[in-house]
Ligand binder design. Structure first.
Ligand code: B12
Length: 217
């Protein structure tokens, strides 16, 4: 399978949309899980695109195309597959999720939302560039059990603290669990702003969400 993941990365970095899709379908047909395809092929390819951009080998436009390619593969192939495999009728709890104000990165946040849905959570996705008051409003309106925030920029990760402060001001901080993640965030940072949990990937996001709500498995 490693060889196939290598081919996916190569096709991804060559912006071969059809090639990537065919190889991803082949990986699934050969028994790979959607999460393995994400974490072992697509995410490393995206990170390599970022490194090439930093080195001046890719233009910003190419990074945007890489983002589009990632999203197309998710929407057309992996999200339906994850839903099919999840297929659970129960609701474990409600999660309000968004990428914080000033931050437009949505790929990781959307993967986390998909995995949480597949695990059986009711997920309200607020999108990107979400101001603190919108998190609070949605948490109240949907009676959220968990507020989940994503940030990829060192500048925007500070917004997470603002959201926690806004939850306190609204008097609902003790009614919801707060989890955070995204490339900029670390476990230590999560603890320093008073979040209840941190996850470095979507699988961890599901695991900590269950743990925080006292759900087994
Ligand atoms: C793709 C990308 C873009 C695309 C975004 C497309 C889109 N639709 O999302 C575009 C081109 C638009 C973009 C723009 C910018 N970007 Co950009 N981008 C990236 C890149 C290459 C990949 C991000 C990505 O999608 N990764 C793949 C996903 C799957 O991974 P992920 O997001 O980390 O998510 C996983 C985990 O983190 C976790 N997770 C995520 N969220 C959450 C939430 C919770 C609750 C939990 C538990 C877990 C969790 O689970 C996810 C799945 O496993 C990163 C580099 C990198 N290595 O991260 C730079 C990067 C994040 N960008 C960066 C920058 C600086 C910018 C720009 C300012 C422009 C620029 N000069 O490059 C703008 C900012 C725009 C804005 N206001 O937001 C910097 C940030 C530097 C910093 N430390 O602050 C990075 C690190 C690149 C770099 N090294 O310079 N970017």
């Amino acid at each position: 399978m490693e060889e196939l993941y290598g081919k996916i990365k190569e096709a991804f970095l060559g912006f071969d949309f059809d090639g990537v899709k065919a190889l991803v379908r082949e990986a699934l047909a050969r028994g790979a899980s959607p999460n393995d395809v994400i974490e072992r092929a697509l995410r490393p390819a995206m990170e390599e695109a970022g490194r090439r951009f930093e080195k001046g080998e890719f233009f910003l436009a190419e990074l945007v195309v890489a983002g589009d390619l990632f999203k197309e593969v998710m929407d057309e192939i992996l999200v339906p597959e994850i839903r099919k495999q999840g297929g659970s009728a129960r609701t474990l709890g409600t999660v309000v999720i968004g990428t914080v104000r000033g931050d437009l990165h949505d790929i990781g946040k959307s993967i986390v939302a998909t995995m949480l849905r597949a695990a059986g959570f009711n997920v309200i996705d607020l999108g990107v560039d979400v101001p603190p008051e919108k998190f609070v409003e949605a948490a109240i309106q949907h009676k959220a059990d968990i507020v989940a925030m994503s940030a990829l920029l060192t500048t925007t990760m500070l917004e997470m603290k603002n959201v926690i402060e806004a939850l306190k001001r609204a008097g609902i901080r003790d009614k919801v669990k707060v989890i955070v993640g995204g490339a900029a965030v670390t476990e230590e940072f999560a603890r320093s702003i008073g979040a209840d949990g941190y996850g470095e990937d979507a699988v961890k996001a599901v695991k900590i969400s269950k743990q925080l709500l006292g759900i087994e498995g």
